[in-house]
Ligand binder design. Sequence first.
Ligand code: M6R
Length: 642
Amino acid sequence: MLSASGPRAGTLSAMCGIIGYAGRPDAVAGISAGGHGALDVVMEGLRRLEYRGYDSAGVAVLTPLGIEYRKKSGKLANLVAELAAAPLTPATTGIGHTRWATHGGPTDENAHPHLADNGRLAVIHNGIIENFAELKAELLDAGAEFVSETDTEVAAALLASIYRGDGDADLAKSMQLACQQLEGAFTLLAVHTDSPGTVVAARRNSPLVVGLGEGENFLGSDVSGFIDFTRRAVELGQDQVVTITPDTVAITDFYGEPAVGTEFHVNWDAAAAEKGGYDSFMEKEINDQPQAVGDTLLGRSDVDGRLTLDELRVSPEELKNVNKIMVLACGTSAYAGQVAKYAIEHWCRLPVEVELSHEFRYRDPIVDSNTLVVAISQSGETMDTLMAVRYAKEQGAKILAICNTNGSTIPRESDAVLYTHAGPEIAVASTKAFLAQITAAYLLGLYLAQIRGNKFQGEIKDILADLAKVPDKIQQVLDNSGQIKELAQLMKDTRSVLFLGRHVGFPVAMEGALKLKELAYIHAEGFAAGELKHGPIALIEEGQPVFVVVPSPRGRDSLHAKVVSNIQEIRARGAKTIVIAEEGDDAVKAYAEHVFYVPETPTLLAPLLTTVPLQIFACELASAKGFDVDQPRNLAKSVTVE
Ligand code: M6R
């Protein structure tokens, strides 16, 4: 057995989309009609998983003549062209990979699959193998040769060396033994010419689900990889190895002990993951928002009209004893947490801290058994958040996940779960998941207020009634988006945009700025409006566009008046002010170049409306610049590396 020793080097791996397929010849899609069988299934899976990474892609199929593979840097379209130029033999077993490189160039050589055992073994991988440098040194000493810079090729070579040694030429056993030596986070899939009709996979800290078919079985980074073929899925536990054939699925731990997965039904279909007539997923997802919020609100009450959570493995008594909430999340999900802070503190009189997951772990955070950690994650796989959750759990905190992805790791490792029902979010920039997260966080706040007795049942009912009206109001914002789209077109050459907000408008401003950075690659900053005079106002010069999210004039007087003063301050210094305000707020007209109105709603719920014009603006401006709004450069949907 190779030992892990020696200096640790930088890792060269990926967080990626993975698909595996094993089918009987009569079951394989398209093969009887002259299609390419496994390749068709794998390519369809990659098309759906491409949002996870898109700097190279590759496939391998098991044919009677051996393993055939193609891989290409760049988007999936490059691989499609390669396959058209150099077709593969039809096959019934295959694996495919779409890559988001963390280190090392997105070259053809670094693309997956990686081959070993003289081309008889093909491996694909998602994650980072932290001890790859030590393993590589030992494998090199033992005579292995490498053609790429990746840790994946090291895993392939390790697997091959074990296969020819202690693994007794048994692919599943060799995978178990290899995983015992690997450190870090990984999903691995392997096929070997000695095992026709078989794909062996393993996971640690990285996502993998099994899809169950009739005479065919699937593996995917998430269910969208095989949603065209089956909606029956099995979630795997941590540190498990799974072997699929057309008719069997066998799961063990890394030591060969049999294990079981949990079967679940995917409650959305392939159409939900399609563009539905829009030019981009992003546009579709912005337009899905009334439904995302509506669905997230659905079915939350028991027969007595009291709020319930989806999965609660922590008693209401324990929740009553909570004396602090700590929200952990990254990016847009963290902004949802910041919105939640205003509502939960107000409704529950409980202190709420919001912290970026990656910052939380590296200080000395004060969390104990009376802390409720709320982990917000669309994907449920964000490594920074997962690691923060594990750390908080070790300190005795109770964990509640707000998540959009059924069966993903974060909710599985949490004590309680509130699922958002936004449906699959494919565009890399989060939109509908954000509104659904805010909605779920409100439900959580109301639930806590209910069990802690901070609010009367009637008050909770009133807020729920206000929330129930929100989907229609979002629709009104969408129906009136022509003006904001026109402005985005006119501003396509703008080089910098600032966003201001106060109270719940502050996280909305930061989210508006993030959307513009992500999609249009222009400088954008979100500020608390009150902070302006402490420095950022120096940025204002003639013509500087500034979006201002104005609170309702029906709310606290001082809040509205303060923001109007802020608008005046920047306008006096030459800013071009673009205001998002509530219908009927005529006071802002005098100070704004452009005003976009959203329907009236209680102040705390306003982010569900005021965010939408900012999303539309970013999407439209980026499209006008000719950018791909679904797959912005340098990003990936699910950040499964730290
Ligand atoms: O899946 P998660 O919600 O945990 O992802 C967190 C962030 O990576 C994500 O919100 C990211 O900021 C989006 N690209 C924002 O549009």
